[in-house]
Write a protein that binds this ligand. Structure first.
Ligand SMILES: Nc1nc2c(ncn2[C@@H]2O[C@H](COP(=O)(O)OP(=O)(O)OP(=O)(O)O)[C@@H](O)[C@H]2O)c(=O)[nH]1
Ligand SMILES: [Mg+2]
Length: 474
């Protein structure tokens, strides 16, 4: 991302590219109202720069002749679109700057023309995420909240949305800042003993510091432990349906997707390529992958498909291993059992509507301690049990959302891990009665690392990396 200041006025299309009911062009910056004056002709005769904040006005975006005297009623030379214009004055706007939003008719051409006209009159096309970046730089939201904006946009399930909104509201930031304040408090005591050497850390003081440090460590550990859940809600999990050919993997994929996405047929080797789709299973975003049945084959196409299945398996967070109730367990089944040995998995015995040939006792022995669900995709029997089992496996340590702040972003987790390492080293130094100078260094680092999360300490390149993931216009 280009280095940009806050002194210019940016413009972007804030709705997705394409046809829609409306298309919104958003301006933000010190010249937003002036630029709007130059491109908007209202029905009420007023000018955007004279409008009150949070007011909505009907009119036209048009090329306006600059030759007319200022006092004359401005006449459009060329009308571009019929629009609704909203004014949100600084500091009560998304960016804390003067913001003008123009609701155009939702065709690409109209929006493009309005954008061009705004640029011609002094605005600059915004970088991805620049509106949100300004909201951060102008102090309306902190960095973790800015990142949550993107999570809200990308939320895959209700659970992901709830988490993102909670972070946008500042729940995580408050928790992190509270821990950071505690570390600052510890650091101030340690610094005092450096500045006044006669106040060398006494035993009693050492004990208090050790206790506060232990408390911070406990809080950090507890926050870090929420990452497993948080990351699942934010990123989803990768679940792979695997098994030998013809056991009903694609049929199961279609059933869980609730639509006929993949081809199902009685011919073994139907699925040649891995097919990935997102599902929402009891609020868990799952990237579900149907794979080619794994068998020994001389067919080169099928072999490539199987190689793909194996690559996917290596990445899987969870495996749904499908066996066929109506056939005996054979070498093909057993070779896959071996492949998924160390994976978190659910074993599905499909086609339970047909006469049993599979040795169920042997299956249970093979997968001792793991979940085995008997079902029939054809008769939709016991599917609810499968969904429940998958959900229990995902939340294997039990989980009820909403009780505390959750960490879901890998960047936040990394900073918390570093801060924890710093604090463990502080604890060790206090216990070993190391000089306060050394303790102070680790404390400073912990404060820095915690500050990275909310953006209290942050480098430009980190900012750039965060905001370039955003869409233009946000
Ligand atoms: N009776 C019965 N037949 C089923 C059931 N599930 C799937 N089938 C049938 O089994 C055959 C194979 O199903 P698919 O879903 O294509 O199997 P697959 O595992 O994806 O097969 P490959 O892609 O070839 O590896 C089809 O004829 C399905 O209609 C079931 O629960 N009961
Ligand atoms: Mg298939």
């Amino acid at each position: 991302m280009r280095k940009v200041g806050l002194d210019d006025t940016i413009v972007a299309m804030s709705t997705p590219v394409g046809e829609g009911g409306i298309g919104i062009v958003r301006l933000s910056g010190p010249k937003s109202l002036q630029i709007a004056d130059r491109i908007f002709v209202s029905k009420d005769g007023g000018k955007p720069s004279s409008y009150k904040t949070y007011t909505v006005h009907y009119g036209h975006v048009a090329e306006i002749s600059s030759k007319l005297p200022k006092s004359a009623r401005r006449l459009p030379v060329k009308i571009i679109d019929e629009v609704i214009l909203t004014v949100m004055r600084a500091p009560r706007s998304y960016t804390k700057e003067d913001v003008v939003e123009i609701n155009c008719h939702g065709g690409l051409q109209a929006v493009k023309k309005v954008l061009e006209l705004a640029v011609k009159n002094g605005a600059r096309i915004a970088e991805p995420g620049e509106f949100t970046k300004r909201a951060f730089l102008n102090g309306r939201i902190d960095l973790a909240q800015a990142e949550a904006v993107l999570d809200v946009i990308r939320a895959k399930t209700e659970g992901s949305l709830k988490l993102a909104i909670s972070q946008l509201e500042g729940d995580l930031s408050r928790t992190v800042d509270a821990i950071r304040d505690k570390v600052i408090d510890i650091a101030s005591h340690v610094e005092a003993s450096i500045d006044f050497p006669e106040e060398e850390l006494e035993t009693a003081q050492r004990a208090t510091l050790a206790a506060s440090t232990a408390d911070v460590i406990k809080k950090l550990r507890s926050l870090i432990s929420t990452y497993d859940h948080g990351a699942i809600l934010r990123e989803g999990i990768l679940a792979i349906i695997c098994g030998k050919t013809n056991v009903g993997k694609s049929s199961l994929m279609n059933l869980l997707l609730k639509r006929d996405r993949v081809i199902v047929s009685p011919i073994p080797g139907t699925t040649r390529d891995a097919v990935e789709e997102m599902i929402n299973l009891k609020g868990i975003p799952i990237r579900l992958v149907d794979t080619a049945g794994i068998v020994e084959t001389k067919d080169s196409l099928e072999r490539e498909g199987i190689a793909r299945s194996k690559r996917y398996l290596a990445l899987a967070d969870m495996v749904i291993l499908v066996l066929d109730n109506s056939t005996e367990l054979d070498k093909a089944d057993l070779s896959i059992v071996d492949l998924v040995k160390n994976k978190r998995k659910v074993v599905v015995i499909n086609k339970c509507d047909l006469a049993r040939k599979i040795d169920i006792k042997k299956v249970r022995r093979l997968f001792e301690g793991e979940k085995v669900v008997e079902l029939s995709v054809s008769s939709k029997n016991n599917i609810e049990a499968l969904e429940k089992t998958i959900s229990e496996l995902v939340w294997k340590n039990g989980f009820s959302q909403g009780e505390s702040a959750l960490v879901s972003n890998a960047r936040h987790k990394e900073s918390l891990d570093k801060a924890l390492a710093n604090m463990l080293s502080v604890k060790k130094a206090i216990d070993e009665e190391v000089s306060p100078e050394l303790v102070a260094i680790d404390l400073k680092e912990a404060i820095f690392n915690l500050g990275l999360i909310t953006g209290k300490s942050v480098a430009d390149d980190i900012l750039d990396r965060i905001f370039e993931k955003f869409c233009i216009g946000k």
